[in-house]
Write a protein that binds this ligand. Structure first.
Ligand code: EPU
Length: 432
């Protein structure tokens, strides 16, 4: 297990290339199972979540080659319809194998993902969707056993849940429907850019999907899909994290390249509201973010895209911790996603969390402390806080950050940060 040692107070400067999106890559990699022809996917970030997904595909019998950000996958006939608990338990997103496995083999055994630190994370909507297409679903020994002896048949499915649309649920239904008989209409679909990227990839494979990015997606089933090449969209959450880093820890600002302006609107608007400067180039593929001279507190209410992303509230909480005034963060999607707050408090932040809402009273500065990463975005918040804090912070359980940020330490070093990854031989015993 690694920890990150961060010497705070060094101003960041320079230019960075943003990696391909982790959350777009995961379902796209799973979708490679939909054809027996090779697919080639570029700008897949080298993070542990994409590596877990590639390991699962390879265990199922696909051949996987990876070289400098490009992945080639070929899934011959005869691949397994059963994924092992050992692989799947490492990553909740492995639920997105359900759609492609059912489309290709009409049956699958998939271990049920458990809850995680950011919430309960049910899969009822995924199950409801596949049942609507005619599959039978049983739960036995912790596994979802699903089969559709007569194949999948298109229909209209409303994907709305109590907390709004589901991203991977929409992905699963789209992937299941591409080879189904007839037409599937997905109502209350998630509109996230990652869903649109998956639809683009599937259409390149020969699928007939219309309306991705809107509330209603229509999928006309086809008989067969073929190989294709695709480049994954930029990671809007990695970009957002570095935009917050620029506001918190730079003087001259940071330039981020390989971004997509449209995907960053909610994140950029909030930074501007809070007094920081965000300037995109004309093409919308590069942005310069500079800290404002008079930063202001702000309010976040997380919402499905195009609203403010839940995956960016922890990082903004770190910024609010050192912004004068009172800021409020309410997460409607994952109301329990506030583990970072208690660690930020150990660094001197003034935060009260109650009932899915954090109330942050800005302090003048943070001070270094040993802290513990609890989930991916919480860890990013701790790194940002550590970069701004006085003194040297140790962030334990770095594996959380390695799930979704490609080469974070190298990227920070290139911007002038003083960070060091070391083996955590003295893992703290303040876990339980
Ligand atoms: N939900 C249900 N039933 C379901 C599925 C979801 O009630 O069957 C609820 C969830 O509990 C949550 C809401 O619906 O309250 C939305 O969850 P969603 O299904 O959209 O989450 P997801 O698809 O499992 C993806 C991202 C998450 C991101 C969420 C929300 C991937 C691999 N993961 O998860 O990313 O937070 O959408 O935008 O795409 C991260 O990258 O750190 C991360 C957690």
């Amino acid at each position: 297990m690694d920890k990150l040692i961060v010497e705070g107070g060094h101003k960041l400067r320079g230019t960075l290339n943003i990696s391909g999106s982790k959350n777009a890559s995961l379902p796209i990699l799973a979708a490679a199972l939909l054809t027996d022809e090779p697919v080639r996917i570029s700008r897949v970030p080298d993070v542990s979540d994409t590596n877990y997904m590639l390991q699962i595909l390879s265990q199922l019998g696909a051949s996987v080659e990876r070289s400098s950000g490009t992945v080639r996958i070929e899934s011959p006939d005869g691949i397994s319809s059963s994924a092992s608990y050992d692989q799947v338990r490492k990553m909740r997103a492995s639920i997105c194998l359900l759609g492609p496995m059912m489309a290709r083999m009409h049956r699958c055994t998939l271990p049920l993902p458990g809850g995680c630190v950011i919430g309960d994370r049910p899969v009822d909507l995924h199950v409801r969707a596949i049942q609507a297409l005619g599959a039978r679903v049983r739960v036995k020994g912790g596994n979802l056993l699903i089969d559709a002896p007569n194949g999948l048949i298109g229909t209209t499915v409303d994907m709305r849940g109590d907390s709004g649309p589901t991203v991977l649920g929409t992905d699963n239904l789209m992937m299941a429907a591409v080879l189904a008989k007839g037409t599937t209409v997905i109502e209350s679909a998630a509109r996230e850019p990652e869903v649109v990227d998956l639809a683009d990839f599937l259409n390149k494979m020969g699928a007939r999907i219309e309306g991705a990015g809107s509330r209603t997606i229509t999928v006309h089933g086809v008989d067969k899909l073929h190989g294709c090449e695709h480049t994954v969209i930029p990671d809007r959450i990695e970009a957002g994290t570095f935009m917050v880093a620029a506001a918190m820890c730079s003087e001259e600002g940071l330039t981020l390249n390989r971004i997509c302006r449209k995907h960053l609107k909610a994140i950029a608007d909030l930074l501007v509201e809070c007094g920081h400067s965000v300037e995109f180039n004309e093409e919308g593929d590069s942005v310069v973010v500079k800290p404002g001279a008079h930063p202001r507190s702000g309010k976040i209410l997380t919402n499905p895209y195009p609203g403010y992303p839940t995956d960016m509230q922890a990082q903004m909480t770190a910024l609010f911790a050192i912004t004068p005034g009172i800021s409020v963060v309410r997460d409607t999607i994952f109301p329990q996603r506030f583990m970072h707050c208690s660690e930020l408090k150990r660094m001197g932040a003034n935060i009260k969390v109650d009932n899915g809402t954090a109330i942050i009273t800005g302090v003048e500065g943070l001070s270094a402390a040993p802290v513990m990463a609890s989930d991916l975005r919480a860890s990013a918040a701790l790194v940002l806080a550590a970069l701004a804090a006085e003194g040297t912070t140790e962030i334990h359980r770095l594996y959380h950050i390695d799930r979704g940020y490609e080469m974070l330490d190298e990227k920070l070093l290139s911007l002038g940060a003083r960070v060091r990854r070391v083996l955590d031989t003295e893992a703290p015993d303040f876990e339980s």
